[in-house]
Design a protein around this ligand. Structure first.
Ligand SMILES: Nc1ncnc2c1ncn2[C@@H]1O[C@H](COP(=O)(O)OP(=O)(O)OP(=O)(O)O)[C@@H](O)[C@H]1O
Length: 351
């Protein structure tokens, strides 16, 4: 029997992931710390650059890859999670890497198409793109729809140019990722590091929506866990609506979200307040501390800023299910960590 974050003390550790150990006041390691992987959760992993957010997300991903009944998916904007597939020093970690992800054009609704292309739906070209997205499921179809209208030539040209821009992203394909591709038991790493912010958001939105809808309609059995690194990049783009849906309504269909960010103040208030598990690394920026303090539950009586650790890999965990707060150290990765910054000394030491 151990403490399982999201479940409580004296809990069985079945369907729970071992993510680290308790940290005693003198800094020494204590008992193992687990997180619940049975129920759906909204987790938030925060910390300033270099203190271990991506590392922690990798540890959670390793545990999810080994857990039964879940479909873990990482959207990877920095291209650092493919190393999960590079061999494990412990129990194996099944991984599928999607190196060049695409999604179907009709995964986005007409409003999102206008937002993605920076067009006002009220403008001539914007309304053409809106109609095209409403009528066609592919970029080619959208282009044909625009060409066939009797709108003014300038509007048609502008709409068509914007559709060409979307084509140039290489992010849309009728055979793009769907829920079935993402719902395997291995952790699916969707490497969006080669995409600009707009198509990266489009891919993230399509994935979040596909997983959510598939659980509502019962087309997938496993419970999806969507992990987002650099999550702030998705809350200012077209992915935001779909992520809010998962945050506010994902629990009933069993969709979990794990958000990692160095800038919690750049997430929406909902994203911070809906999280039932907060894993906080060192954080110093005033605005970020304020964003967390504002959403701090009433059972946390002391200032979070005073409790935050100073070492990479050390965390404070706030667990809503048990209304408890814990000092812990995240365990070492079993697979190689793909993040971390290069040092000039390392380069100089190379033969
Ligand atoms: N739990 C841990 N155990 C041991 N080392 C760790 C741990 N967490 C982080 N580190 C070390 O700290 C370094 C930085 O971690 P990481 O790359 O996850 O930072 P980050 O907070 O995600 O930074 P960024 O904002 O740049 O993505 C890692 O390369 C690793 O060496």
């Amino acid at each position: 029997m151990s403490f399982v974050i999201g479940r409580g003390s004296d809990a069985e550790t079945v369907q729970a992931g071992r993510v680290g150990t308790y940290r005693a006041l003198d800094g020494s390691d204590g008992a193992d710390l687990y997180v619940d992987l049975d129920d759906p959760h909204a987790m938030l992993v925060v910390g300033k650059r270099g203190y271990g957010k991506s590392y922690t997300l990798g540890v959670v991903a390793e545990e999810l890859a080994r857990a039964a009944g879940v479909a873990p998916v990482i959207v990877d904007p920095m291209g650092v999670f493919a190393t999960l597939a590079d061999g494990s020093t412990g129990e194996s970690v099944p991984v599928e890497v999607v190196a060049e992800p695409t999604v179907a054009a009709d995964a986005l609704d007409p409003r999102s198409w206008c937002a993605l292309l920076g067009l006002s739906p009220e403008s001539g070209s914007g309304s053409l793109v809106w109609q095209a997205a409403q009528e066609s499921a592919t970029l080619e179809g959208m282009r044909e729809h625009v060409a066939a209208t009797d709108a003014p030539g300038a509007d048609k040209r502008a709409a068509s140019n914007h559709i060409s821009l979307a084509e140039s992203w290489d992010a849309f394909d009728p055979d793009g990722l769907d829920a079935a591709d993402l719902a395997g038991s291995a952790v699916t790493v969707v490497d969006v590091s080669g995409l600009e912010a707009a198509p990266m958001n489009a891919v993230c939105r399509a994935i979040a929506e596909a997983l959510y809808r598939a659980r509502i309609t019962g087309t997938i059995d496993r419970l999806p866990w969507l992990l987002l690194d650099e999550a702030h990049a998705f809350f200012g783009g077209v992915a935001a609506d779909a992520l809010h849906t998962v945050l506010t309504r994902g629990r009933a269909p069993g969709v979990s979200l794990v958000l990692a960010t160095q800038r919690p103040s750049s997430l929406s208030e909902t994203a911070v307040s809906q999280s039932d598990v907060l894993i906080a690394h060192r954080l110093t920026a005033e605005a970020d501390l304020e964003a967390l303090e504002a959403a701090q539950p009433t059972y946390v009586h002391e200032s979070l800023a005073d409790r935050l650790p100073t070492e990479p890999g050390s965390v404070v965990v706030i667990d809503d299910a048990t209304e408890t707060i814990h000092a812990a150290r995240i365990r070492r990765r079993d697979t190689p960590h793909g993040g971390g910054s290069p040092s000039a000394r390392e380069v100089a030491d190379q033969p």
